[in-house]
Write a protein that binds this ligand. Structure first.
Ligand SMILES: NC(=O)c1ccc[n+]([C@@H]2O[C@H](COP(=O)([O-])OP(=O)(O)OC[C@H]3O[C@@H](n4cnc5c(N)ncnc54)[C@H](O)[C@@H]3O)[C@@H](O)[C@H]2O)c1
Length: 303
């Protein structure tokens, strides 16, 4: 096996289960030393269990790799700084942050509670920001101290629904859409330290998805959407090979890797004087007719 991450040190949040566990195992197989972070909570963010992160760290060690566990809440800023320090103290530095931890509290907009909104936004958005800030500060200080780029990687996790929309998930969609946009800004800022920032939009048969299904999932579904299909993209992004790629969103499901093209100006019209609201009906109808329709939840545009 090609150990394309040999010598790299990675922190993976939410690495106790599902996609994060799969990323951590793949990174370790590819030669990275891994800080396995997971609060060990329920899919809705309640509860905690430090054994969940420890089990994956042990799985990596049992396979001959190097890993250490961290059971903190990903949205805790102080814990995020401590985790960077843990990577430095245990493995000598930090090269890669995979911000992956996530929860769901699905409700329609009219019935959304403040708590369900705030909890989902906290875990996803602050849970991406806090570890990213701690890593960015470490990379900035290293780049200044050495006078050279650090070849770091920030790999965030959005969702197809955060890019294309869905019914009954406005809290999750807002948070995940925010993460995709956050990564664009981070890519611009971190370039000066030799750090790339990209986002993956995965689809995988994990407990978050299975919890939404009323029937037992078919075996074919479980095999087709194994999280293991997504992790090679994360490992490649984590490796030195990806240094030229930044500010991108990868939609990964099964054997398909797709690059998502971002918001951009489509059909437009310009005139010399300001627009009068009364004139806009026909103008907007014409723009809508000329513009590409929004994609559906699959990410594809259908005429
Ligand atoms: N499974 C999919 O199809 C899918 C699709 C789009 C996006 N995602 C995203 O992928 C990521 C991983 O989800 P998954 O599907 O593997 O779910 P999962 O429930 O299997 O794993 C998520 C892990 O994150 C941990 N976690 C949750 N809150 C945490 C916190 N505050 N601090 C630390 N750890 C915490 C959980 O304990 C859990 O082990 C999430 O961000 C999710 O939104 C998943």
């Amino acid at each position: 096996m090609d150990r394309i991450c040999e010598g790299r040190v990675a922190v993976v949040t939410g690495a106790g289960r599902g996609l994060g566990r799969s990323h951590a195992l793949e990174l370790a197989r590819r030669g990275a030393r891994v800080v396995v972070n997971d609060l060990g909570g329920e899919p809705d963010g309640t509860g905690s269990d430090p054994a969940v992160a420890e089990a994956v760290a042990e799985e990596i060690r049992a396979a001959g790799g190097e890993a250490v566990a961290s059971g903190h809440d990903v949205s805790d800023s102080e814990a995020a700084r401590e985790r960077v320090q843990l990577a430095v103290d245990t493995f000598g530095g930090l090269d890669v942050l995979v911000a992956n931890a996530g929860i769901l509290r699905d409700r329609t907009l009219a019935g959304m509670t403040d708590e369900d909104w705030d909890t989902v936004v906290r875990v996803h958005l602050r849970g991406t920001f806090a570890p990213s800030r701690a890593a960015a500060a470490y990379w900035r200080d290293r780049a200044k101290a050495t006078g050279a780029g650090v070849d770091g990687r920030l790999i965030c996790t959005t969702s197809p629904v955060g890019l294309y929309g869905n019914f009954g998930q406005t809290n999750y969609i807002a948070a995940k859409g925010g993460i995709a946009s956050f990564t664009l800004g981070a890519a611009q800022e971190l370039a000066r330290y030799g750090v790339t920032a990209n986002t993956i939009a995965p689809t995988a048969a994990t407990r978050l998805v299975l919890a939404l299904m009323t029937d037992e999932p078919p075996q074919e579904f479980l095999e087709k959407f194994d999280p293991g299909f997504v992790s090679p993209v994360v490992a490649w992004l984590a490796s030195p090979q990806s240094s030229a790629v930044t500010g991108r969103v990868f939609d990964v499901r099964g054997n398909r890797v797709a690059l998502v093209e971002s918001w951009r100006v489509g059909a437009e019209i310009l005139r010399d004087e300001p627009w009068d609201a009364a004139d806009l009906g026909d103008v907007v109808a014409d723009l809508v007719a000329k513009a590409a329709p929004n994609p559906d939840i699959s990410g594809y545009v259908h005429d």
